[in-house]
Ligand binder design. Structure first.
Ligand SMILES: Nc1ncnc2c1ncn2[C@@H]1O[C@H](COP(=O)(O)OP(=O)(O)OP(=O)(O)O)[C@@H](O)[C@H]1O
Ligand SMILES: [Mg+2]
Length: 238
């Protein structure tokens, strides 16, 4: 089995703060990997480095064996890696369907309407497809943000707290979509504060604290790790 994503000694500081500090890990095809950690531990910055929103100070990112460390974001998307942002950035004055069309990868407009229909079904948004994005509930807006990512037909998907504050029913829709896409060999990296949700869907967990990976393993393993109990769950290590 070869890794779809290989991250080696990735680092980035802002001012004096090492937001991501020497992070290395691999993700295999069709894996669902959860990333947890306290606020400010560097999770979103890690995604920003993987997608060239920020340039790393050091380290390397390889996607399907190719070095993408300093590749522009849109080329990374074209190479098969797409992500959601922690704060959805939708076109609030366009309809749900139009939001999906505009997210199609550059040069692939012809297939967009049909693909949009598939995404609308997958995310249970077909009944609101002609409504303005700005009129949707917060949870539906998160689904639409995810839908815009799926319009790029990514092989590796990074989700940054996509289920935060989302109604339980819509969460199930998100989880169903992730499972369906994984069955088609998509790979997921999921930042999530809700441990129950990660336990539900993730094959493996990565725990970050202060820019570093402090634990890695199955949900059972990491929730019994003393460092994790202390750093993340607030339980002092014995
Ligand atoms: N563009 C930036 N400029 C300055 N500092 C930044 C920037 N981006 C992130 N940081 C800092 O880097 C650290 C890590 O932030 P990051 O957003 O990656 O954390 P996070 O784990 O995603 O937190 P949360 O769970 O709250 O979303 C924080 O100290 C943050 O203030
Ligand atoms: Mg974040």
């Amino acid at each position: 089995m070869s890794a779809v994503l290989e991250v080696t000694d990735l680092g980035r500081s802002f001012g004096g703060i090492a937001a991501v500090d020497g992070v290395s890990f691999e993700v295999q095809q069709a894996e669902i990997v959860g990333i947890i950690g306290p606020n400010g531990s560097g999770k979103s910055t890690l995604f920003n480095l993987l997608t060239s929103v920020h340039k790393p100070d050091r380290g390397q990112v390889r996607l399907f064996g190719q070095d993408i460390t300093r590749t522009p974001s849109h080329k990374i998307a074209r190479a098969g890696l797409s992500r959601t942002f922690q704060l959805p950035a939708l076109f609030v004055n366009m309809t749900v369907r139009q939001n999906l069309w505009t997210a199609a990868v550059e040069g692939d407009w012809r297939g967009a309407p049909e693909l949009a229909n598939e995404v609308l079904e997958l995310l249970d948004l077909a009944h609101v497809s002609d409504e303005l994005a700005g009129s949707l509930s917060g949870g539906q807006q998160r689904l639409l943000e995810m839908g815009r990512v799926l319009m790029q037909q990514p092989r590796v998907v990074l989700l940054d707290e996509v289920a935060a504050g989302v109604h339980p029913r819509l969460r199930q829709t998100i989880l169903g979509a992730i499972r369906e896409l994984r069955s088609r060999d998509a790979t997921f990296l999921i930042i999530e504060h809700d441990l129950e949700l990660t336990q539900d869907i993730c094959d493996r967990m990565i725990v970050m604290d202060a820019g570093k990976i402090v634990a890695e393993g199955s949900f059972e393993e990491i929730t019994h790790d003393p460092h994790v109990m202390e750093a993340y769950l607030g339980v002092p290590a014995e």
